[in-house]
Design a binder for this molecule. Structure first.
Ligand SMILES: O=C(O)c1cccc(C(=O)CC[C@H]2O[C@@H](n3cnc4c(=O)[nH]cnc43)[C@H](O)[C@@H]2O)c1
Length: 246
């Protein structure tokens, strides 16, 4: 007799409703081939607010409610649009984090920026499970590297160079990943971060933003994601997909 496989429960946290809807559209129209697998899984897609504090609060609330209802989540995924570092992550591409880094949590000193960990408080980095995150990046054809969480969007070439210098290999910046990851870590749940690039990290240029293109890339990515996660034994179509607002 084979062991029954419990369906996986996944919490996807976006910032805004447009990102949530792009994700649910992809999950409801899985890419060809992923329907061959039979076990079921459930995905909740929550628009939890912009910025690390809103993201942490909404993620922690969702995780605590699920645990209270005895339906805990197995995986949390921070998802949305983001700024891409050139040349790794051009507009319209997708990135997957190998590390989720709080890039502006710390202290400015005459000798430069000191991360919060070096000040002796907590951590400024969470590491997604490496085998899973690498596999998801491969399945999505995504760039793979650190994704930075910032509270202030980069708007100059100098700041972009400073961040790249401090975080070699960084592929993107956004504003929620570290907040989601802190809540996931507090609940003992693994975390991933997936971003679709809407703009380049660098001098502010609102006219160059491609939000529609990035949302379409998120939908395509989430059409492929269930099959990628199925290789890890649990999540497989047909999926139960629920959209929420935090
Ligand atoms: O007004 C601006 O110049 C500006 C530039 C980039 C982003 C914003 C936002 O208010 C959007 C924040 C929202 O989108 C994510 N996001 C998208 N691109 C970036 C970025 O380059 N750096 C940081 N966050 C970005 C972010 O996760 C928020 O959810 C305004």
């Amino acid at each position: 007799m084979t062991d029954p496989v419990a369906p996986a429960r996944i919490l996807v946290v976006t910032a805004v409703a447009a990102e949530r809807d792009a994700v649910t559209a992809g999950l409801r129209a899985p890419a060809a081939g992923s329907g061959a697998i039979t076990a079921a899984g459930a995905v909740t897609v929550l628009a939890g607010g912009v910025g690390p504090a809103a993201a942490a609060a909404s993620t922690a609330t969702a995780l605590a409610r699920a645990a209270h209802d005895l339906t805990p989540y197995d995986l949390v995924v921070s998802v949305g649009i983001g700024g891409g570092f050139a040349p790794a992550a051009p507009v319209g591409s997708v990135v997957v984090a190998d590390a989720i880094v709080a890039a502006d949590l710390g202290a400015q000193t005459p000798g430069g920026f000191l991360p919060v960990a070096e000040l002796g408080f907590g951590t400024s980095r969470h590491d997604p499970p490496p085998v899973l995150s690498r596999a998801v990046a491969g399945a999505l054809g995504a760039a793979y590297g650190p994704v930075l969480t910032v509270s202030t969007v980069t708007g100059t070439a100098g700041r972009a160079a400073e961040l790249s210098g401090r975080h070699p290999g960084a592929v993107a910046e956004a504003m929620e990943g570290f907040g989601v990851a802190e809540a996931a870590a507090a609940a003992g749940v693994p975390v991933l971060e997936i971003r679709a690039v809407s703009n380049a990290v660098g001098p502010r240029d609102r006219a160059a933003w491609r939000i529609g293109e990035a949302l379409a890339a998120l939908t395509t990515a989430f059409g492929k994601l269930p099959a990628a996660l199925a290789d890890f034994g649990k999540l497989s179509p047909p999926l139960e997909v629920e959209a929420q607002h935090g």
